[in-house]
Design a protein around this ligand. Sequence first.
Ligand SMILES: *Cc1c(COP(=O)(O)O)cnc(C)c1O
Length: 372
Amino acid sequence: MSLPVPYLSARTLTVVKKIDTSGAARVVNLGLNESWLGAAPGVVEAIREAAPQVYRYADPGCGTMRAAIGKQFNLNPARIVCGNGSEELLDAVGRVYARAGDEILFPAYSFLQFAIVAYRLGAKAVEAPLGPDFSVDVDALLAAVTPATRVIFLANPNNPTGSVVPMDEVARLARELPSHVVLVLDAAYAEYVDPAEAVATFEIADRHPNVIVTRTFSKAYGLASARAGWAYAYPEVVAALNNVRGIGNVNGLAQVAATVAVGEQDFIQHVRARTAEERDYLERELRTLGFEISPSAANFAFVRLPGAAAGWAQATVARLAKQGFIIRSNEDYGLPEWLRISIADRADLDEMLGLLRVEVRAANGERLAAGA
Ligand SMILES: *Cc1c(COP(=O)(O)O)cnc(C)c1O
């Protein structure tokens, strides 16, 4: 029996990894950058209230949601397009602007979704080298642009490294980029940094018709499973994205949730402050255990244990998972020594740190025994 031949072969490139937690009575997932502070106030009640309407089609244009976003950030709703999470919008940008053989460019160790967008199109994923300490090198990005480059993706702050590109460098990239290239500023973690940077990001998109800003409700707003994101761009770009997105892409309950959530900026301020506090704590404790820290501006820490044996991070992730704590190793990002750990409440962080302490002691013991 012969099977139809797919253009895309089966392949395991995915942002969601399978992990064995069998044996754990309770599972704490610190591997997906979900917010431990939960959904913004009023969201769950609003979803419950809207639930009886689930038999009806929702507004395919997300009018109420776009109006609420526009009001909150002082943006023209006509320049906003909503998506089934921001991942749909990243994918839509790829489908609007790139085809097989084109180049999609991003800094090394960027969000895995960028390579996936290129892969789905048969486009070439091109990585620009970084500067020191996972810093984005804007000159290296500009130097990597060719006539075949159609899209640049820049996550700021970046996942998984947590690093930030200074706004004047983002502005310079937008300014010096040839106008045939679309620049996507993926601001999925914008709520975790100074709100002035989000404003500056929108201003860059106002100055340049080839710049698209994407935002999500999945992280700080706590709506990861609702699937709601949005993009801000010039009207012509928004029209093009509306042509390729799914018609009913944002379900009615997600639209209701996002509409309520975006008005809860006091909550977002609370999330920002609490996340920074617990991130500082986690990074300090990990440093004490001997970890090297890549300073993170987002809701996760990014760390490695210098001198650990090859495969130590993967083995540690597997052992912690069996004890109920999922953290993320990054071999799929080409960084097999590095661990990405989502910020959580103090009790869960302390329990996880206790498990890690055991792993570090064992690694150090092995190193001593080996005479290193
Ligand atoms: C989490 C994340 C997103 C958001 O994904 P959604 O599809 O909106 O849930 C986008 N970009 C980056 C860099 C992320 O880490």
